[in-house]
Every structure is written in structure tokens, then in C-alpha cells.
Design a protein around this ligand. Structure first.
Ligand code: GLY
Ligand code: MN
Ligand code: MN
Length: 487
């Protein structure tokens, strides 16, 4: 009888791996097991160049080291998550780990160990190449023959510019460690269990907050990646316009799939679930079911972003007339949102309070809603004071953008929402107006119309730069652009 597989930690037993644990894999004869051990070429890659962001990740680790002197810092990439039975969701490493290493592998951990002489020694703990002696490479579902070759530890060291060790040795190393430790929680339950007696929630939170605030100002590499994300996203939007007739013949899913193709071919993935909201679905802020009809004469609100292979995402929205021409009412509402976005973008500059762009956009929208008679005879100041415009504006006018679509989410209020804009920050400006299909307080013809325009704005030394400017925004320019693409 073949032994019961799978020793999760192969070195804990001398037994060879000979059968997949769920029984899907047939028994393996001793002869075959022996045969599979040998006859394999040396494929070690030598003289590898470091990844493009290696110098930047080193600078980020140095800043982190300075902030937490004398403390051991543990930053996991995270584990695979089961989708169903033995299939997993596509893996995406934790933003904190990827930001500090540039590595994207799962079950990996960055440890910054304090040196006696000051500073820290960084080590990245990784799963090394599959060991051919114990059969893991071909009999384990995560072996290299099933999921692809991993880097050897030496290769990883060269690529990342960080000394690498076997992650299977990490729990023991952590158990022996003395002195203060901090861990980024929420990514690796095994690491958290190993550290449970050594950390506190409060101190771990300080580390998480630091790593969120460190990302508020983007370095040159990050700005370049955000631009690439926006450029790919613009191409994805063009792809969608070209196939709107096919979407009309099928559903919003055609739009979702079309954009996804661009994201996967040019980037790592989409940075968040694409919102492909046609007709009244545009009034549902996070419409990601995308299973509705696409009809001529209605609007399509498309909110989508390509995530680059380095894990920086765009977050762009355009609201498009499906047949290429806005109706008079659609244009009136669209132009109001455009004007609000213009006012918001104009308020993005170094030294401005973060809240200013939101306030500027909200004021324009409130003015327009009042002028359309939707708020009785109340004046704009009173509307803004009471926030009554929010029945139709619904959400904040933007957020920080970077590796996470809602980036820097753990930053403190005083550094983010109540903070001041600095060169290198990147944020979305995305006002919208949404008239729900069942909103009896607006004229019937408004009901079911939703418009959002969203761009990704970099704060520069003297103002701002729109990274997503490749996509037109003004209503007449949108129509001309669509006409050109539809041919
Ligand atoms: N796509 C989500 C957002 O715009 O914030
Ligand atoms: Mn968006
Ligand atoms: Mn957004």
C-alpha cells in the first residue's frame, strides 16, 4: 500500500510522498518513485539581474528599519485561499509584503531582524525549489510540476536583493526569538499563531498604520507604474467601446470580459471588480454582478482599472452613451458631473487640504441640483450645510490610489482625510450623480440615470497631472472618441 500523503512539512518524515492526499492521484510503485528522483538537468539560473524596483524596496525597508529600531518585524505575503474543494482563488500577495520586497509568492515572509550594532538585517523566507528526492515536485498539488517552477533561494536573493532562507525553518526561528516583535496581521494565520505570545494588537496596528502612511507619497518607480496602469486601462476602455454592439447582443458580461482580457494580457489582473453598469444599474455604486442588458439610448457607467504586473492599479470611470450620443437630459446631468470634476481636479495641488477637492466638487453638484429645482427653494449654502445633495451624490469624491485601489486605508485621519496634499500623492477625483429608479423626489425622466467620471490625479510640485487623461472626459469629446472607435 502506498503511504498516506501529504506530510505538509516534508522533512518531518523520511517517508516518500507517493500519493495525493485526496486520492485523485493513483498509487505509485516504489520503482516509479525511485525513477522520478533522478535524470533531471541542473536548471539553476545564474547571474540574474535584480528586479526593477529592488533599489526602491531597499529604501522602503531602510525607512521601516529606522521607524522601529531594535524590534523584529514580520511581514507575511499571505496564503492561498480555497475557492472550492481543491481549487484556490488566484493569489495576490499582501500589499505590505509586495511593497517591501517586490516579491509575489505565497506563504512567504519578510523578517527584519534588529542588529546589535543598529539597523536591521532583512531576510525573505520563501518556499525553495521542490525537492526531487521526496517526490514533492510531482506528487504534491503545490509541487513544481503542477504549478510551475519556483525560484531557488539563491535566484530569489539575486532578483530581490534580499538574503533568502527556507520558510519552513521560520516557525522554529520565531519560537526561539527574544525581544520585541511586530507582525502585520490578517495575511498568515500560521505566522500569527507562532507569534501569539510575543505580540500585541496595539503594537501590530502601529506597524500596519506605518506601512499605510509610508505609501501616501509615491516614489518615482510607483508613479511610473501608476501611469502604466492608467495607459493599459485607457486601452481597455477603447476595447470596450469597440464591442458595444456585441454587449448589446449579450449583456454587461461582454464588457467585463473584454476589459479583463486587456488586464490579463498587459497586467497582472483587474485591480478591483469591474463595474459594468448599463442603464439603471449605474445607480448601484458597486454593481459588479454585470449580468444585465446593454441597451441603445441608455448610459454605460464603466468603472475599471488594470493592475500592473508590479501590482499598481488604475481606478477610472467613464459614463458613455451606448449608442454614441447623449440625450439632452443625459448630457445635462453628465456636464454637471464634468464641471464638478473640473472643480475637484483644480483643487488638487500641494499644500491644499485633502478635503478641498471633495468640497469643491460637492459645491458644484449642489448648485446644479438646486438650479434644476430638485431641492425646492433651499439655497446652496443650506443644502451643503445639511448635506442634502448627498441623496444623489452618495459617496466621497475620491481616495488615495496605489497598490490598493483604496490605498493607504490604515493611515490615520490626521495624515490622510484631515491631512495636506504633497507632491507624489496620487488620488482619484470621481464625483457622481445617481438618480435611483425608485426615487419619487425627482422627475420621472431622471430616474435610473447614473453618471460618474473618475480620473487618477498625481499631485506635482506645482499642481497636478491627470494620469488617465488619455481618455476623453468632456461630453462632446467622448462622443467624437466613440465615433472614431466604432468606425
Ligand atoms: N472602483 C471603486 C472606486 O471608485 O472607488
Ligand atoms: Mn472607481
Ligand atoms: Mn475610486
Amino acid at each position: 500500500m502506498a503511504e498516506e500523503l501529504t506530510p505538509e512539512t516534508p522533512e518531518e518524515t523520511d517517508e516518500p510522498i507517493k500519493q495525493r492526499k485526496n486520492g485523485l492521484y493513483p498509487g505509485v510503485s516504489d520503482e516509479l518513485a525511485e525513477n522520478m528522483k533522478s535524470g533531471w538537468a541542473d536548471t539553476e539560473l545564474r547571474g540574474l539581474e535584480p528586479i526593477a524596483q529592488a533599489a526602491h524596496t531597499a529604501a522602503r525597508r531602510a525607512a521601516l528599519s529606522e521607524r522601529f529600531p531594535g524590534e523584529r518585524l514580520v511581514i507575511p505575503s499571505g496564503n492561498l485561499r480555497t475557492r472550492s474543494n481543491d481549487t484556490e482563488y488566484a493569489f495576490r500577495p499582501s500589499t505590505e509584503y509586495a511593497y517591501l520586497t517586490g516579491d509575489h509568492t505565497h506563504d512567504s515572509v519578510l523578517v527584519l531582524e534588529p542588529r546589535k550594532a543598529g539597523g536591521h538585517e532583512a531576510t525573505v523566507y520563501l518556499l525553495p525549489r521542490s525537492d526531487r528526492e521526496n517526490g514533492e515536485f510531482w506528487l504534491d498539488g503545490q509541487g513544481e510540476l503542477w504549478v510551475g517552477r519556483r525560484h531557488s533561494l539563491t535566484e530569489a536573493e539575486q532578483l530581490l536583493g534580499i538574503p533568502a532562507k527556507d520558510v519552513r525553518d521560520l516557525p522554529a526561528a520565531l519560537a526561539e526569538a527574544t525581544g520585541p516583535v511586530r507582525n502585520v496581521r490578517g495575511h498568515d494565520a500560521g505566522i500569527e499563531a507562532a507569534l501569539t505570545d510575543k505580540v500585541t494588537a496595539e503594537r501590530d496596528e502601529e506597524l500596519r498604520v506605518y506601512l499605510s502612511e509610508a505609501r501616501l507619497v509615491k516614489d518615482e518607480f510607483e508613479i511610473g507604474e501608476l501611469q502604466r496602469a492608467c495607459d493599459s486601462t485607457a486601452r481597455g476602455f477603447e476595447d470596450v467601446v469597440r464591442v458595444l454592439d456585441k454587449a448589446e447582443a449579450t449583456s454587461e458580461r461582454y464588457i467585463e470580459g473584454t476589459f479583463f482580457l486587456r488586464a490579463r494580457v498587459e497586467g497582472n489582473d483587474i485591480g478591483y471588480g469591474s463595474i459594468c453598469a448599463a442603464g439603471p444599474h449605474a445607480t448601484t455604486l458597486h454593481w459588479v454582478r454585470n449580468d444585465g442588458p446593454v441597451r441603445s439610448g441608455e448610459l454605460l457607467l464603466l468603472d475599471a482599472g488594470v493592475e500592473t504586473t508590479t501590482l499598481y492599479t488604475a481606478d477610472v470611470t467613464r459614463t458613455l452613451p451606448i449608442n454614441g450620443r447623449f440625450t439632452e437630459l443625459q448630457r445635462k446631468i453628465y456636464d454637471a458631473v464634468y464641471d464638478a470634476q473640473e472643480a475637484g481636479i483644480a483643487a488638487v495641488r500641494p499644500g491644499a487640504k485633502y478635503r478641498e477637492f471633495h468640497d469643491a466638487a460637492q459645491r458644484v453638484l449642489a448648485e446644479r441640483l438646486v438650479s434644476w429645482g430638485l431641492l425646492g427653494d433651499m439655497d446652496v449654502e443650506k443644502v451643503l450645510e445639511l448635506g442634502l445633495q448627498r441623496r444623489w451624490t452618495l459617496h466621497g469624491t475620491g481616495h488615495m490610489l496605489g497598490m490598493d485601489v483604496h490605498d493607504c486605508a490604515a493611515a490615520r485621519t490626521e495624515t490622510y482625510v484631515d491631512g495636506v496634499l504633497e507632491p507624489g500623492m496620487c488620488l482619484t477625483v470621481e464625483p457622481g450623480l445617481y438618480f435611483q429608479a425608485d426615487d419619487l423626489t425627482v422627475p420621472e425622466e431622471y430616474r435610473g440615470i447614473g453618471v460618474r467620471i473618475e480620473d487618477d490625479i498625481l499631485v506635482t510640485e506645482d499642481g497636478n497631472r491627470n494620469l488617465s487623461a488619455a481618455l476623453p472626459r468632456r461630453s462632446d469629446e467622448v462622443e467624437a472618441w466613440m465615433a472614431g472607435l466604432k468606425g
